[in-house]
Structure formats: C-alpha cells, structure tokens
Design a protein around this ligand. Structure first.
Ligand SMILES: Cc1ncc(COP(=O)(O)O)c(C=O)c1O
Length: 371
C-alpha cells in the first residue's frame, strides 16, 4: 500500500529519514566522547526506543513519568532515568514496583523531604538495595530542580542517606532549546550548563564519586558537547523533528535548523473544495497539537505554496494561492507536526513507510502515560 492510500488523519514515519537521524546523533555524540540517553517522552513508542538503543551509543533512556517507565519495562527495557521528581505515595509505590523488575531505574530529586521519603522506602521496599538518584538542578527555568547554589549541600544530604545512591546530576535547560539565533542559544546554554558543570566538579571534589551529568536537548546537542563534564545527552525530538525545531536558526547563521530532517508527518485529506482560496482538510485540533508560533507546514507536495491553518476541532484549512494550484477533493496532503511530543500522544499507532510504501505499523504504547 502507498502511504497516500491510508485512512486519514494519520501519522507516518519515514524510516530512511528516521534511521539517518539516529545515526547522525549517535556518531556526533560518540565523536565527542559523550553517550546518549534519548528521551522517550518525544515518541512514546517502545519500538522506537528499541531502535534508539540498537543504534548504539546509549547510556540508557529517559522518561518523564513513572507510568512511561512501566510500559518500557514491560516491553523489555530496563535502564531508564525518570527525569521528573516522584513525590506522591502512589508514584513512589509504582516506582518500587518498577524497581523490582528494573533495578537500574534512576530518579531525580530536588527536595530533602522527598529524598528522606525515598531513602526510607528503598530500605523497606527494595530489599535494602539503595535507589539510584541524581540531583536535579534548575537552570533558572523554575520548573523543577534546585538552585545551583543549593545543589552541593543537597548532594551531601543525599549522600548521607542509607537508602540512596548518588549517581550524579541532571540539568536540562528547556528554556534555551528553541532560542532562534544559534549564537544566542549557544551563549545562553553554555552559561547555564557551565554552572551545572561547576556543581558537578564541586561534588566530585567533595569526595562523592558521581559519574553522571545528564542534560541537553535537540536544540543544543552540538553546543553542550563543548562542556567536558557532561556525560550524556537527553535528546528527544531529533529522531522525529517538528515545525518548532525546523524553524529555529542553524549553525553558521543558517536560517533554519536542518541537521535532523523531519521523519514524522501527518496525512490529511481534502474534504471540501467549495471555497475560493482555501480547501478544508480532515485534520484539526484533535489530530495535531496546537502551537501558535509554529503552525504545521505542508511538506508534500514539496515546494508548493500551500499553507495550513487551524479550523477548529476536526478540520483545518489549506490555502493554495492561485486557482490553478487548487487541490482536488480527496487529495492527500502531508503536514509536519507543530510539536511532535503532544501530537504523537494523540495516536494509537504510527505507520512506517519507506519510499512512500507502507511497510510496518508501530504501536504508540506509552500513549496517555501522563502519570
Ligand atoms: C527533562 C527533559 N530532557 C530532555 C528533553 C528532550 O528535549 P528535546 O526534545 O528538545 O530534544 C526534554 C523535552 O522537553 C525534557 O523535558
């Protein structure tokens, strides 16, 4: 079956592009002496996670939520870092259930009370085996994490708790990933990540044998590798890409970020052609995550002046310019996603294509795992 024969709206993954993205990132990281710890929040798909691991160069994988970790464990993947703090009783119970199956599971901590709770739980529920933890450092973003200045005392505190094993630090500077200018992005990211590197050195100099400094996203993958202390890159979007990332500036004053190519796209069909300057398509807000500053763009037909715009829950509009360029009823149009993570989360599966031919179907098995 050709991809244009698929029922729409649906997601497709171009396997050739996807595989090139994996190899490019792996080779880049290994060349700079770093590992990858790809973030599964991007794709929520254990079939993709397994391919990232198989490509090599990975120190493990990241998830945002413990429910995502559980799905990966059930799919046979064990070396997972949960990048968001686990605080409530039910999450801690779920964590220790996961640990019985995947003892390498690692979590982040930004709070002393949470550290004490997790330490006590590990002693009680984990056969006395210490839980692996990282100090989560806030890169002045204010989401989670502890201020740079408080990170060393926090590391010392954790190091003194019998149920915890301090493995290192996490610092993910989400606030810089989409800064448009490469030079500004570079300067800001290096400023923030160097502060985290200083904390990492202090922890080591204080005699704690930490070995992980994890951070970095797709927007700074070739910036943060200049920091010697960073051990692994928590990159997520690079394997699929989206309009948000394609829109940012590239290295050497490049207008766009073109290192990784979009492997993910969304197919939508023209369902009404009765208007003068646009046609109506069957993909709206329920088919694609809405990002005002990066609307989906038409990737196929490539080079056309067609432009997608939102048209409510179920539909979208495609403006076509000149009358001669008007799409026909039933035409299938391919769009890039605005933002890949929440778009993928709307689908049960993704069609896999090579040269336009459908060759496989992968389940988005972590879909909806937001707990
Ligand atoms: C903690 C953390 N690490 C890594 C990533 C991956 O970032 P990106 O998709 O920019 O590569 C994210 C994305 O939001 C994140 O929240």
């Amino acid at each position: 079956m050709r991809k244009t024969e698929l029922d729409t709206p649906c997601l497709v993954l171009d396997l050739d592009i996807f595989e090139k993205n994996l190899i490019l990132m792996r080779d880049f990281a290994l060349d700079r002496g770093k590992n990858l710890r790809p973030h599964v929040k991007t794709h929520k798909c254990s079939a993709i996670a397994k391919r990232q691991l198989a490509a090599g160069g990975c120190a493990g994988l990241c998830v945002a939520k413990i429910s995502e970790a559980r799905k990966l464990i059930d799919a046979g993947i064990g070396n997972i870092l949960v990048t968001s703090p686990l605080v409530t009783d039910i999450k801690i119970k779920n964590l220790f259930d996961c640990l019985k199956l995947a003892p390498e599971l690692t979590v982040v901590i930004d709070n002393r009370q949470n550290a004490e709770t997790l330490s006590a739980a590990a002693l009680e529920q984990n056969s006395g085996m210490p839980l692996r933890v990282l100090v989560d450092i806030d890169p002045e973003m204010g989401r989670t994490g502890i201020a740079y200045a408080d990170a060393l005392p926090m590391a010392e505190f954790i190091n003194g708790l019998p149920g915890l094993k301090l493995e290192g630090i996490q610092c993910y500077a989400g606030l810089v990933q989409h800064i448009n200018s490469f030079e500004e992005r570079r300067a800001k990211s290096l400023e923030l990540m160097r502060k985290a590197a200083e904390v990492f050195r202090k922890i080591r100099n204080a005699g704690m044998p930490v070995k992980i400094f994890t951070g970095t996203g797709t927007g700074t993958f070739d910036i943060d590798t200049d920091i010697p202390e960073i051990t692994d890159l928590q990159v997520g979007s690079y394997c699929l890409m989206d309009a948000e990332y394609c829109n940012i500036g590239g290295r050497n004053a490049g207008k766009n970020f073109t290192v990784f190519k979009p492997s993910l796209s969304l197919l939508t069909s023209v369902i009404s052609v009765n208007r003068k300057n646009f046609v109506t398509v069957d993909a709206g807000l329920k088919a694609m995550y809405f990002t005002p500053h990066a609307p989906p763009y038409v990737s196929n037909p490539a080079g056309s002046a067609w432009r997608y715009d939102w048209f409510g829950d179920e539909q979208g509009k495609v403006f076509f310019g000149h009358e001669d360029m008007k799409p026909y009823l039933g035409d299938v149009i391919e769009l890039s996603a605005s933002h890949c993570d929440p778009t993928i989360n709307l689908y049960d599966f993704i069609w896999v294509v090579r040269e336009g031919e459908v060759i496989d179907k992968w389940e988005i098995d972590l879909r909806g795992c937001s707990r």
